[in-house]
Write a protein that binds this ligand. Sequence first.
Ligand code: ATP
Ligand code: MG
Length: 571
Amino acid sequence: MLMSQVFAPTLRETPKEAEIPSHQLMLRAGFIRKNAGGIYTYLPLAVRVLQKIERIIREELEARGCQELLLPIIQPAELWQQTGRWDVYGEEMFRLTDRHGRQFCLGPTHEEIITALVAAEVNSYRQLPLRLYQIQNKYRDEIRPRFGLMRGREFIMKDCYSFDRDQAGLDESYRLMYEAYTAIFNRCGLTTRPVEADPGAIGGNATHEFMVIADTGEAAIVYCTECDYAANVEKAELLPPAGAGESSSVDLPVVEEVYTPDCKTIKEVADYLQLPESETIKTLLYEVEGEFVMVLVRGDHTLNEYKLAAHLGTSTFRLAEDDSLVGTGFVTGFLGPINPPAKIRVIADYALQAGGPYVVGANKADYHLRNVVVGRDFTADAFADLRQAEPGDSCPRCRGRLAGARGIEVGQVFKLGTKYSKALNATYLDENGVAREIVMGCYGIGVGRTMAAAIEQNHDEDGIIWPLPIAPFHVIIVPVAYTDPAQKELADKLYAELTELGYEVLLDDRDERPGVKFKDADLIGIPYRITIGPKGIQNGFVELVTRRTRSKIEIPLEEATSKIRSIIGSV
Ligand code: ATP
Ligand code: MG
């Protein structure tokens, strides 16, 4: 294609609203334009990349027995009401009402609609397993759409659903999809790391997220430096500390009250008493289904509400607000587990089974207690894994050291089980004519997010460096002056020959200075550039520049095409 005809309006300046490289570069290089918060137009270069990612996805999924279909974006409320998610989804769901007053949503995901389809059409074990997928726009009214295509409100997703006879079938579908994801991201030139994750609202019991490790990632992960354990910090398990419950309290001083005026936060208390935060206990008061529950974590640790939800068996809870504490005797800022004003259930993080003595709130304004020994001075109703994992913690598998990293979640695989088949009555008759619930899995890939993540991992100060398999074009031919007949002739010849070989080639036919053309080629990120100049023509060579390494080689004209082919390889 001729560069003069490519609709890729580039920008000289980096737009202010763009904070991360992929967003900045996609705007600057003319890949996307914003229409509203989290809603974008994909320009032709972006569409070329998206189509390549989609082709790779299709090939890997079809190779594993998945079939493509296309479900509607507009979905009736009734189905969502049947699974209970019409309410659960909350404000993230775009809702609309038709002229008859019927309610619909713009699909944020498609478990309901596809399960209803399968419930209606699949009756026999002979029709299973079934793996269906689609590539389509999804709609989520994210609280904070940002980072361009990373977190949009309208975005392209590949979503796949597996339907199996039993758990063993699901395990096999899950294994295949996990394998497909690994292959897909590899082929897209991305280094990903599968991590264990929390199933959250979608339900189910096992899930992995595929993370692209990048400093700009929104997710925090930990991974073991000694074994292959890796998890989202929301999920990362922690074991009770070594030596839990062994501390001998015989010789320790008794509890005493200390005056801590206005010290309401852990930091204020620790600073005032000149102690590390790790020698204090953070006491949090939660309202859980109408009852107060006291939750304790070490002062320097962070409570993980996902873990709290798992422990409590419900996610309907919230931190007690000052208003609801009026008249209860609980004093915000000075809460503690010793002599609370009312009988209360106390749950404590595992870490408190070791260490200490600790400082805790005295349940009295402006006072704390010190020399508090867990087990001697109070005990919790339960100890549990409640806190967020941090770099330096022990691996739950091998007790090796965990390290931290940031990641971009490009895909996720879930074992759903029967949550949706139960709600929507998706059953089949087994070999004995007995009705059974279909066992489901679901598997998503953010296609636009994958494109953005590829840029996060592959760029430099001059622009994008597309991995070859997803590059919008493989090669760009830049004649220094296309108006020069000798250069034009050679450029046209190379263009025709490389195109004939199956490469996607751009030819910069513009009447611009060479510097401008080189800059644009770098910005757009075409993996290989062939430069044709008067000197080269005179001496009989062209120059091949590799975008990633900037290495330049001179290739004799007569063997140009074959040499270039051997360097670029197959695409
Ligand atoms: P996140 O935690 O980032 O919000 P999610 O868990 O809500 O993601 P899924 O419902 O599993 O995401 O969706 C499957 C994939 O779709 C994700 O792995 C991600 O790549 C992509 N995705 C999800 N939300 C967005 C979004 N707002 N914009 C772009 N891509 C998204
Ligand atoms: Mg989300």
